[in-house]
Design a protein around this ligand. Structure first.
Ligand SMILES: Cc1cc2nc3c(=O)[nH]c(=O)nc-3n(C[C@H](O)[C@H](O)[C@H](O)COP(=O)(O)OP(=O)(O)OC[C@H]3O[C@@H](n4cnc5c(N)ncnc54)[C@H](O)[C@@H]3O)c2cc1C
Ligand SMILES: *[C@@H]1O[C@H](CO)[C@@H](O)[C@H](O)[C@H]1NC(C)=O
Ligand SMILES: CC(=O)N[C@H]1CO[C@H](CO)[C@@H](O)[C@@H]1O
Length: 707
């Protein structure tokens, strides 16, 4: 299969696993094509259905503001390559030609990572079409069906019907069919019609050369990348250059009634130049000379449509995007930008491998992410359009921070993460939370429970008789409820060291721990329930990860120490230290294997009801010194441990000794006070020492707070 190219190979494996989605898009406007490109790049199979032959995209320019341009660039579309030029200045004039404001944007534009470009609409549209359908990009080329008018959509089955009766089925249908959307009628409460906002606009292009050649108008085109606006009370003219500053794009907004005879709600209705000049008869003659340079055959006029905000953009497997969901008035040049953002959001929410059964929920998430922003920008456009007094209110820059300061790619990526986390009840959150749920001994980052059944343990323990009073002094100070079962002045404790291996959560490796286990302890809860068990005043571990997860998830009093184990045929020696300062030596000698059935107890070296420990988390803040954020006793019942440890081999020691040396504060700057308390414990008698080997390491997830 040497000839299979990368895309095709990927394609094959995708369908083998059924991991791509089949996506049907209604409408090949800027929104539909951008969605098609982005979803194709995710590895999905995309088909686009466009009613027209796509030969009539209006010859006009379009703003690619940083928020939209950034998305196009991430999709590999660089508008500079097809003539787009940067937007660099704004000039505001009164209708009679007085300069009211002059803004150089070049410095302000440095705030945005991506350039603000002025592109030619036809060029942009052609580029989108070509990137969607080319075989030279990643993913399966988009199947673009032209002259294919969609007349019906079934959201539940993600199916569409064309005018000729043919049907197509997919996993998702996206309605990118513009302001007169039929997809909209399929969402609840979506059967609303756009209405005229009372204004119409002429739109056309003029070669810049024509303006330069006329002494009356050359003043307006001296600076590249300059947008000019002439305002009157109820009408305005907007001009900006595109196609490498060689073409001037005009939008002339005026009361609808004045051009009613010729305008329609299509975008390519031919207008009448003489009527247009009449409509702007009160304007500066130089500006009228400028617009008068249009080739009369190319004047377009259309009614500016608005629509009430609809509550639902999605139903089952159908979602709307672009003008179908939120038709824009053109006053901010953001309509296509917001459609491009919608498309990016959808593609991010549908990565390769998205299960088809999650489609409807993810579409709801899409609406949740996009709804407020799209409607807010729509509202801004409305405000800019309605503004009666252009001089004081119409500021192109007023909303740009909101509009431009948004990266829908990264934003939706994060929202999808948060959504995924929220849907997973079986995960632990620990610091640092910014990166999501933490993997640990009990769970993967995705909440999958770890398997400890194949993990191995080797536990060496030395049980000794010592002073009950000194052990009792290691109970949580001043906290009620703790006592020994037996009234005697002697008591028993074990030093127990375990080496764990083949731990799934550590990638198959392991670590060591060593602790002091105090036997025969009882804790009485507030409701007078008595828990009897082995009290663990502290546990040393040799690796950060179990220390952190054990302290935070289980409430175990864990500290770091190095643990070196030297095992021979008949001896087992342990050295514990901190940064080169050895504080403990534990020796088991004369080891002899014994019949396992004669022994009990494994990890702690003692059979008991469970482990008792005390959790204490300090509060942050100088003023809170000495105050806990949280403190309570924790209990981990042995009967609940899963998986159950299975001891396999037992070795009894003929002799055991240990030596603890607390050194000094310099040698053990953080542990000296701990080790000196261990050093204090007298050894009245060594009562037993053994090594136990086995498989199955419990995850201790049954540890629970008790009050
Ligand atoms: C005068 C003006 C200037 C503008 N300037 C800017 C600007 O500078 N910057 C900017 O960002 N935005 C601008 N916009 C807005 C922007 O053009 C639109 O918001 C944007 O194009 C919407 O894209 P869309 O893909 O959602 O819809 P459309 O571009 O309307 O595309 C919808 C497509 O769906 C097809 N279709 C419709 N019904 C069906 C059907 N039943 N079956 C199959 N196909 C169907 C249509 O033929 C069309 O191709 C401007 C708008 C106007 C009116
Ligand atoms: C993501 O978008 C939402 C809605 O537009 C916004 O409230 C939020 O602040 C954004 N987050 C980031 C990190 O941009
Ligand atoms: C199906 C669905 O999501 N319908 C919603 C449409 O919007 C209204 C108003 O917000 C909601 O109440 C519906 O639940």
């Amino acid at each position: 299969m040497a000839s299979v190219n990368g895309a095709a190979a990927r394609e094959e494996s995708a369908s083998a696993k059924g991991a791509h989605l089949n996506i049907l898009i209604v409408g090949a406007g800027i929104g539909g094509l951008t969605a098609a490109i982005a979803l194709r790049k995710q590895g999905h199979h995309v088909q686009v259905f466009e009613q027209s032959a796509l030969a009539r995209e209006t010859g006009a320019a379009i703003h690619l503001a940083p928020n939209a341009n950034g998305i196009l660039r991430r999709l590999g579309i660089f508008a500079e390559t097809f003539g787009a030029n940067p937007m660099e200045r704004v000039m505001q004039y009164s209708a009679t030609g007085d300069t009211e404001r002059s803004m150089d944007l070049r410095e302000a534009n440095k705030l945005w990572q991506h350039p603000w470009l002025l592109a030619h609409r036809i060029e942009l549209h052609n580029q989108l079409k070509s990137v969607a359908t080319t075989p030279h990009e990643t993913g399966k080329p988009v199947a673009l069906h032209l002259s294919s008018r969609v007349i019906d959509i079934q959201p539940t089955t993600a199916s569409i019907t064309l005018e000729d009766g043919s049907q197509f089925h997919g996993d998702v249908v996206l309605g990118a069919d513009g302001v007169h959307s039929i997809a909209r009628k399929q969402v609840p409460e979506g059967n609303v019609e756009p209405f005229s906002c009372g204004k119409s606009a002429y739109r056309f292009l003029v070669p810049k050369e024509a303006a330069q050649a006329d002494p009356a108008t050359q003043q307006f085109v001296e600076t590249p990348g300059e947008l000019s606006i002439w305002y009157a009370e109820d009408r305005r003219i907007i001009m900006y250059p595109t196609s490498k500053n060689s073409v001037l794009n005009f939008v002339c907004v005026h009361p609808e009634s004045e051009s009613a005879a010729e305008s329609g709600d299509g975008w390519d209705q031919t207008g009448d130049r003489d009527r247009m000049l009449h409509i702007y008869s009160s304007f500066d003659p130089a500006v009228r000379a400028l617009i008068g340079k249009v080739d009369p055959k190319t004047v377009k006029v259309w009614t500016l449509l608005d629509m009430k905000v609809i509550p639902n953009w999605t139903y089952e497997r159908l979602a709307l995007l672009g003008d179908a969901a939120h038709p824009f008035l053109p006053h901010q040049g953001q309509g296509a930008g917001v459609a491009i953002e919608d498309a990016a959001s959808l593609a991010i929410l549908f990565p390769y491998g998205t299960p088809p059964e999650e489609v409807a929920d993810r579409l709801k998430l899409y609406q949740e992410i996009r709804y407020e922003r799209a409607n807010r920008i729509q509202e801004f456009s409305r405000m800019l359009g309605e503004s009666r007094n252009g001089k004081t209110k119409l500021d192109m820059n007023e909303f740009s921070n909101y509009n431009f300061g948004h990266d829908e790619w990264d934003n939706s990526t994060q929202k999808l993460r948060e959504w995924t986390w929220k849907r997973n009840p079986n995960i632990y959150w620990r610091m640092p939370i910014a990166f999501g749920p933490m993997p640990g001994p009990r769970q993967t980052a995705y909440g999958v429970v770890r398997d400890g059944t194949q993990s191995t343990f080797t536990t060496a323990s030395i049980k000794f008789k010592t002073s009950r009073t000194l052990l009792q002094n290691l109970f949580p100070p001043g906290r009620p409820g703790w006592s020994f079962k037996s009234p005697g002045t002697v008591a028993y404790a074990s030093i127990s060291q375990t080496t764990l291996n083949k731990m799934e959560w550590l990638g198959g490796s392991g670590y060591k721990h060593i602790g002091l286990y105090i036997h025969g302890v009882e804790y009485e809860t507030k409701n007078k329930e008595t828990l009897s068990g082995t009290y663990l005043p502290l546990l040393f571990e040799s690796l950060t990860d179990p220390i952190v997860s054990g302290r935070e998830e289980l409430g175990m009093p864990k500290l770091y120490t190095s643990v070196d184990v030297y095992r021979r045929q008949t001896s087992y020696r342990i050295k514990t230290g901190w940064e080169g300062a050895t504080w403990g030596e534990f020796n088991l000698e004369g080891l002899q294997e014994v019949d396992p059935s004669s022994e009990s107890g494994a990890i702690s070296g003692e059979a008991d009801d469970g482990i008792l420990a005390y959790r204490y988390m300090p509060k942050v803040g100088r003023e809170n010194k000495g105050k806990p954020a949280e403190e309570y006793t924790i209990f981990d019942a042995s009967k609940d441990l899963t998986p159950k440890p299975k001891p396999q081999r037992f070795f009894k020691a003929a002799k055991a000794t240990f030596k603890i040396d607390a050194l000094d504060w310099e040698a053990l700057p953080t542990l000296h006070h701990v080790i000196s308390r261990l050093q204090e414990l007298p050894v009245y008698e060594i009562v037993g020492a053994k090594v136990v080997e086995g498989v199955g390491v419990p995850d201790v997830s049954t540890a629970r707070p008790v009050e």
